[in-house]
Design a protein around this ligand. Structure first.
Ligand SMILES: [Zn+2]
Ligand SMILES: [Zn+2]
Ligand SMILES: [Zn+2]
Length: 383
């Protein structure tokens, strides 16, 4: 079952018997108890492809391997017990939480726009799910009729008169280290460009810091939970290690000086990029190398510059974003952050009313179709 408000998910049968929580242990949302939040999920352990010669004949005019779009969602399950450090910037609402172990989960709901819609981690999406054989996991192609070629050679249902299918979602889980960069509502509400542009800017800043492309770090838009009644959650940008367990790299990056330096580097790049004088949203010299093809239309250099300035708490006439050596306290032109750090629960120090604002469920924008690399051929099962 999936929390509608945050990235928490639980296997209802994990404790040997079926049990359903009445509220989300991460954010308190009671929506998790709705039957609509229950979904049969098959965890992808490895993926195989079976090719039949008559289906795979290649035509010059059409290559069916390309262009198949799936409804793919990304969630991050943040357990307070695994939070190692957390700080936020007073008066800005920017937060940074370093989590030493979190589950990043990719859920594939199948062909978009079909089937009932469901809300997972604050996003409402619909997908047709996958109809697979209960015996061998192979994708069912012809509904209502059992065909031998819809099964593996060893499947017990291969010659059955009726179909034995389950309707499932596919998921893949990575347990690793991550940094949640929590964004204030003033940045995220009403600006569809904010999160995609800032996500790319974080990777740009990381490249500037590293001196090379940050191959082992990926970025996703997620929800950072705050335990209340499910309404206190925030949008966050997750930077996570792609190595299971993590490499430890992100622990250093979660220090406020490091993250501020990264944001300043990113801000200077986007502020000065040549494309500000060109008729385009962003370019290959600034943000585009860090953007998935489907998100290109929502990445803007100007949005990144504006929001980075806000997050850095820079005045309009700031030039470098850094304090000159020996300047203390910082001058008006080079203001720095005033931090509050906490090792305790998010609830106590994120409860200021200035942080609260109505949070809308994000809906799929028309015409935007996420594609996925998860293939609907299943191996290994669980719920
Ligand atoms: Zn939740
Ligand atoms: Zn079968
Ligand atoms: Zn540019």
């Amino acid at each position: 079952m999936f929390c509608p408000a945050c990235g928490y998910a639980k296997d209802a049968e994990s404790e040997g018997q079926t049990s359903y929580p009445t509220s989300c242990p991460r954010c308190g949302s009671t929506g998790i108890a709705d039957t609509g939040q229950r979904l049969d999920v098959v965890q992808l352990l490895h993926v195989t492809a079976e090719v039949r010669r008559d289906e795979a004949t290649i035509s010059d005019r059409r290559d069916e391997r390309s262009g198949k779009a799936f409804q793919l969602m990304v969630t991050a399950d943040v357990d307070e017990q695994e939070v190692e450090s957390r700080w936020f910037v007073e008066g800005v609402g920017l937060g940074c939480t370093y989590v030493r172990a979190m589950d990043v989960r990719w859920v594939n709901l199948g062909t978009p726009g079909h089937g009932s819609s469901r809300t997972i981690s604050g996003e409402e999406r619909s997908g047709a799910l996958f109809r697979v054989c209960e015996g061998c996991g192979k994708l069912d192609k012809v509904a209502g009729k059992n065909m031998t070629y819809e099964h593996r050679p060893w499947c017990r249902h291969r010659a059955s008169a009726e179909e034995h299918n389950s309707t499932i979602a596919l998921s893949r889980t990575l347990r690793t280290q991550g940094i949640l960069v929590r964004l204030p509502y003033s940045v995220t509400i009403g600006d569809d460009f904010a999160v995609p542009s800032l996500s790319a800017a974080l990777l740009l800043g990381l490249r500037e810091q590293l001196g090379g492309h940050p191959d082992h770090i990926q970025v996703e838009r997620v929800v950072e939970p705050t335990l209340s009644d499910g309404s206190g959650n925030h949008d966050a940008i997750l930077l996570h290690d792609i190595v299971p367990g993590g490499t430890g790299y992100l622990a250093d990056m979660a220090e406020s000086d490091r993250l501020r330096d990264l944001l300043v580097r990113a801000w200077l790049r986007v502020r000065d990029c040549e494309c500000r004088n060109e008729d385009r949203l962003a370019c290959h010299r600034c943000l585009l190398p860090f953007v998935a093809p489907r998100a290109v239309r929502r990445v803007s250099r100007a949005a990144a510059e504006r929001h980075l300035r806000t997050l850095l708490a820079l005045p309009d006439d700031a030039e470098t974003g850094r304090s000159p050596a020996g300047t203390s306290p910082p001058t008006r032109r080079t203001r720095t952050w005033s931090l509050t750090s906490s090792s305790g629960s998010a609830r106590t120090w994120w409860s200021g009313s200035w942080l609260r604002a109505p949070r809308c469920t994000r809906r799929q924008a028309p015409g935007v179709t996420p594609s996925a690399s998860l293939s609907p051929v299943v191996a290994g099962s669980g719920r």
